[in-house]
Design a protein around this ligand. Sequence first.
Ligand code: UD1
Ligand code: UDP
Length: 346
Amino acid sequence: KKIISIIGARPQFIKHAPMQLELQKHFKALTLHTGQHFDSNMSAVFFDELNIPKPDFLLESAAGKPHGAQTGLMMIDIEQICLQEKPDALLLYGDTNSTLAGALVAAKMNIPQIHIEAGLRSYNREMPEEINRIISDEFAYLLFCPTDQAIHNLEKEGIKHDRIFKSGDVMCDILRLMESKIEPYNGAPYYFVTIHRPYNTDDLDRMRVILKTLNELDKKVIFSIHPRTLNILKANAFDLKSYSNIEFVPPSGYLDSISYQKNASCVITDSGGIQKEAYMLKKKCITIRKETEWVETLENGWNTLVFDDVTRIPEVLQRDLGQHNPNLYGNGHAAKEIVEIIKKYI
Ligand code: UD1
Ligand code: UDP
């Protein structure tokens, strides 16, 4: 049987690494890269570092476009490839516009859709990801939920059938595989920061407050800067050099990203994946968002949301942490378990 996995954005390459390893043992496992992320440090670096086979199909038309054009252009190409390849299923990850394009094509062509990281909700429909998740879950044939909360969220929307599975999280698989390669660090203490959500980056007043707060912290800040964020700061004449406490570094590979997290005094982010990684690495996280899909991380102070009160960050940094659940996101074998189930249905 033939399965085409659709990937396009940084977190999807990382999620795909453990899945492709398992998929290719049992299926003709093809990969379609939508080209949504295209800089080498946002895309190629992960294929090299995580030994992901080169994509069988690489689209080029949709990168950097507004949502409608991006999704539509991807759909045109995905549909064409599906007509030609006649896959037995399309496999999708998470909640990006690449996910949405794949979900709509699968639904229209009656191709079974497999959704990895199903059931996540922020209950904030201003987030493009929330729309993408709702659509993907609504039309998915097999839904793999990483948490009990995700299953519960689906039930609340009336999505309740026997093809919904609690599977653990494939990001735990790849983290457990790579964690042992993290080198010990003896340098100066620092906070690790990533920010790329539009409600932070596109609001220049917010960005000013965030950067000022980070610049005044008691330890140095290493800020891995997403191209979206860099483009906006540059276009609006932010003088990055004036933030003397912040070292802006280009997007890094995966091992460097988890190393930065593990060796940091605290992680400050608005990323979805990094909230989980910080938790799995037993690192305190501060999330610059109003809400999170990964609500379990909030327990016992491991993760704290700040949004209108960004200036509270120094106070949150001082708080104590409670109990930690090392298996919150599974046992590191989610991909194998997921593929065993896929084999029964596809
Ligand atoms: C996308 C996802 C988001 C995910 C994030 C992961 C959607 C709606 N959003 O957001 O859920 O958390 O990826 O990182 O799918 N750009 C470059 N080079 C690149 C990639 C992007 O310059 O390699 C630029 C684009 O041209 C664009 C901007 O960054 O102007 C935003 O890229 P886009 O893929 O549209 O959304 P993200 O903010 O990356
Ligand atoms: N990441 C990376 N390099 C970086 C920043 C993040 O490899 O410079 C990894 C991070 O470790 C995690 C994933 O990218 O595995 C998270 O992706 P991102 O924050 O772009 O998207 P989100 O998870 O918010 O959708």
